[in-house]
Design a binder for this molecule. Structure first.
Ligand SMILES: *Cc1c(COP(=O)(O)O)cnc(C)c1O
Length: 387
């Protein structure tokens, strides 16, 4: 047998190319911010999740340096062995305070938090109901859990109710999982209705607040706060790497839940604790979210300004419905989206094409930041006009 067992990879790559699905990285060589150096070109940045402009903020950088000098670069072990520091506990307390929950637990990333939490609370005898547009980490967490997974139509309460009526009885526990802000669309899940259904059918609810934390809600706690649902029982996941400008993820909820996860979540138990630098930067970011609400107000002002400019200047454009800092311009197919992304970059605008299999339909995705100037929003609209 002389057949190379890896020979399948190259034709598979060719197939990806043919579908215009091929992806590659682009290098940014400056600090993160509203303007970045992208592949040697100065561009206005509409591709970042750094909604409050904190990832390049001097106080976060200083906190990370201070923590590194004091505690070193690595936490050297899992939290239960040698990797736990007082800084981790302080961060967990700060997250719980922001989210108005009893407790929180910090993971290496939001992705890991979802895998660990979902796989811990349900298993083979249980049912998961999953919004069709949920993030990859929710979907893979569901698979990892071994539970039966049923998808419901995107944000479709009647479909969710139907499936619960049909299937809930056959299973022990049931978990409904959903993004609160959908990451590739920008719309919100109908949380109060989901929680009411969950109560009626005796289900747990797990929400992913990745794009809502620091952005939505009176105190920046997220979509749960936006909908006045902070007193409802649920499992809240989030990331430290978007509006909080650092790296890591978390679960927030009751102290019983957090205590259970500390003993059960494999992606928390068997992995190294968050680095001192990431921990300290996230802690500083939460302080800023709580003490400087004007950053969030500015973000929302920018979102409204951009929506208004688009409505005025581009009346025929198809924007997907959005109630967040994510605005999407729907396009015909992957090739059109790619070409639009390239043309925008030539005009000094960084707004990426998002294609299948990440999303069902191709689009240009625009992320608004608190640190964008009105003039930069105007330049984006002009570039979109010229497409
Ligand atoms: C980005 C994102 C994650 C992953 O968070 P990381 O901390 O980057 O791993 C999870 N869920 C959603 C909805 C996201 O957008």
């Amino acid at each position: 047998m002389s057949i190379d067992p890896y020979a399948w990879i190259e034709p598979s790559l060719t197939t990806i190319h043919r579908a215009d699905w091929y992806r590659f990285e682009q290098t940014i060589s400056s600090l993160p911010g509203a303007i970045v150096q992208l592949e040697g070109r100065t561009v206005i940045n509409f591709a970042s999740n750094d909604y409050l402009g904190l990832a390049g903020d001097r106080s976060l950088i200083a906190a990370a340096i201070f923590a590194t000098e004091k505690y070193g670069t690595g936490s050297t072990g899992s939290r239960l062995l040698s990797g736990h520091r007082q800084l981790h506990r302080e961060l967990e307390k700060a997250i719980a305070s922001l989210k108005q929950t009893e407790a929180a637990l910090v993971f290496s990333s939001g992705y890991m938090a979802n895998l660990g939490a979902i796989a811990s609370v349900v298993g083979k005898r249980d049912l998961i109901l999953c919004d069709r547009y949920n993030h990859s980490s929710l979907k893979n967490g569901a698979i990892l859990s071994g539970a039966t997974i049923l998808d419901y139509e995107h944000c479709h309460i009647a479909d969710l109710e139907n499936q619960l009526k049909q299937h809930r009885e056959k299973y022990r526990r049931c978990l409904i999982i959903t993004d609160t802000v959908f990451s590739m669309d920008g719309d919100l899940c109908p949380l109060p209705k989901i929680l009411d259904l969950a109560e009626h059918f005796h289900c747990m609810v797990l929400v992913d607040e990745a794009h809502a934390t620091g952005v939505l809600g009176k105190n920046g706690a997220g979509c749960v706060e936006h909908f006045n649902c902070t007193d409802r029982q649920l499992i809240q996941i989030g990331t430290l790497s978007k509006a909080l400008g650092s790296l890591g993820g978390y679960v927030a909820g009751s102290s019983t839940l957090i205590d259970f996860l500390r003993n059960r979540a494999p992606t928390w138990i068997y992995t190294t604790g968050l680095s001192p630098a990431d921990t300290a930067a996230a802690l500083e970011a939460i302080k800023i979210v709580q003490q400087e609400p004007e950053r969030r107000f500015q973000l929302w002002q920018n979102i409204e300004t951009l929506k208004l400019l688009i409505a005025q200047e581009l009346p025929n454009i198809k924007l997907l419905p959005s109630e967040s800092a994510i605005l999407c311009l729907q396009l015909k197919d992957a090739a059109t989206a790619l070409a639009a992304g390239i043309k925008l970059k030539e005009a000094g605008i960084f707004a990426p094409a998002i294609r299948p299999p990440t999303v069902p339909t191709s689009r240009i995705r625009i992320s608004v930041m608190a640190t964008h100037q009105t003039e930069q929003l105007e330049k984006l609209v002009t570039a979109l006009k010229n497409l």
